[in-house]
Design a protein around this ligand. Structure first.
Ligand SMILES: Cc1cc2nc3c(=O)[nH]c(=O)nc-3n(C[C@H](O)[C@H](O)[C@H](O)COP(=O)(O)O)c2cc1C
Length: 411
């Protein structure tokens, strides 16, 4: 068998799309789209990781509709951003990298001050703690008619993304966002065909996948990011993950990205390492929200020490269950880990924080089998997503610090 590291750095195919290697930049919402418009800083960040040798970058949080945003400084897929988006995509493609967009919807939690509905909607009634200061403390239940309309927003957004030049689309099935709110029994208490068994709870996600597939055609690469476990009582567990993956494979997904956790209930399951709490408190403007975060802090931001390839064991169970592509994500910071994951049969690897620390990670890893990335998993980058100017690496401040076009302060 070829050297596993070599396998990573040779060309790969994803539903007809040629990738120069098997490393993909993970979606890391950068907070560099003020007013929902992709900025020069956002373009430069993705261009820079393209220059660093990544095969494909992922533009995070491409909302299916305006009300699918957590806040108003996120992009939603509409004609108003087409020129800026097309320019970003073309610029990144000129580096030899491909561009994927993470298509998602917040569902029942938002603090979007431009929200047009009466309240956010999810599978079942819920408290929208994030929206307390935005005057939206509750989330309501989607009717079946509203579910069909939401599916259509995904399809429309996907058609727009393909026409804007994206090479692939990553549908967000995880992390507690709209689709995952249906998949998880913790947030889905419906008694109709969208609730109950896993098959029923997957129905909305599979309808989204089918509608997106129809919108983009059979020969367009579709990835799906799942939570293998919610990491909360009453949520989905690692035992559910292989079945979720099998249903997505049967629904026509090209590759499954194996993540975990929920942004709103247990974010540390997907990050590991230092708690996000302190940094988020420092950037939260509302004293009321700071108070709430302190109260919920210990329960929400649990301790999970960092270890390399922390999702390896459950991700291997997904790998064993499906024949479609499987992409590993979570704690890859060395050439050795890349080799291990290739030897385990994963098709692709997504890199998040390691690339923010070192955008040349792919070049360095291919040149040096002993490469160790310097990211300490302090997770400060992730606490900056709502801060003025968005994210950068605090250890390597030259990496992506805000330029002229950062988000204005004062949110
Ligand atoms: C700053 C930051 C922002 C993130 N934003 C997103 C996001 O928008 N969508 C998503 O699915 N995951 C998001 N994540 C999670 C990453 O995609 C990834 O799952 C996580 O960082 C673990 O991978 P890593 O160990 O390679 O960093 C974010 C992570 C970071 C650090």
């Amino acid at each position: 068998m070829a050297d596993p590291l070599q396998r990573c750095f040779s060309e790969a195919r994803l539903n007809g799309l040629t990738l120069r290697n098997r490393l993909i930049k993970a979606a890391t919402f950068e907070g560099k789209s003020p007013g929902g418009m992709p900025s020069e800083d956002l373009l430069r960040l993705h261009q820079r990781v393209g220059e660093g040798g990544i095969a494909m970058t992922t533009l995070a949080y491409c909302a299916a509709e305006a009300d699918g945003r957590i806040h108003e400084h996120m992009m939603h897929m509409h004609e108003g951003i087409r020129p800026a988006l097309e320019r970003l995509i073309r610029t990144v493609q000129a580096t030899g990298a491909r561009v994927s967009g993470q298509l998602g919807h917040c569902g029942n939690f938002t603090k979007n001050r431009e929200f047009t509905g009466r309240r956010p909607l999810g599978p079942s009634r819920a408290i929208n703690a994030l929206g307390l200061t935005a005057g939206m403390p509750f989330a309501g239940t989607l009717s079946q008619r509203e579910i069909r309309a939401r599916v259509e927003t995904f399809a429309r957004a996907a058609a727009f993304m393909k026409s804007a030049g994206f090479d692939a689309i990553e549908i967000h099935f995880g992390h507690g966002y709209a689709i995952s709110q249906f998949i998880s029994p913790r947030t889905n208490r419906r008694t109709d065909k969208y609730g109950g068994s896993l098959t029923n709870r997957m129905r909305f996600g599979l309808e989204v996948l089918a509608a997106v597939r129809t919108a983009v055609g059979d020969d367009f690469p579709l990835l799906g990011k799942i939570s293998m476990s919610d990491g909360v009582r009453g949520g989905i567990t690692y035992d559910d993950a292989p079945e979720i993956a099998a249903l997505l494979e049967a629904g026509g997904i090209d590759a499954i990205i194996c993540s975990g956790g929920t942004s709103s209930m247990n974010p540390m399951l997907l990050f590991r390492g230092a708690s996000l709490l302190q940094g988020l408190l420092e950037h939260e403007k509302s004293a009321f929200m700071r108070f709430g975060m302190r109260l919920a802090g210990k329960r929400m931001f649990r301790e999970y020490p960092y270890e390399e390839t922390y999702f390896l064991e459950p991700a291997k169970r997904v790998r064993d269950r499906v024949t479609c592509g499987v992409c590993y994500i979570g704690g890859v910071c060395t050439s050795a880990s890349i080799g291990t994951l290739m030897a385990e049969g994963f098709d692709f690897i997504q890199l998040g924080r390691g690339l923010l620390y070192d955008p040349d990670f792919p070049k360095h890893a291919v040149a040096d089998a002993g490469y160790v990335n310097g990211c300490t998993h302090c997770n400060r980058c992730a606490t900056l997503i709502d801060a003025a100017g968005g994210i950068h690496c605090v250890l390597e401040p030259d990496n992506f610090s805000p330029g002229a076009t950062g988000i204005p302060d004062g949110r």
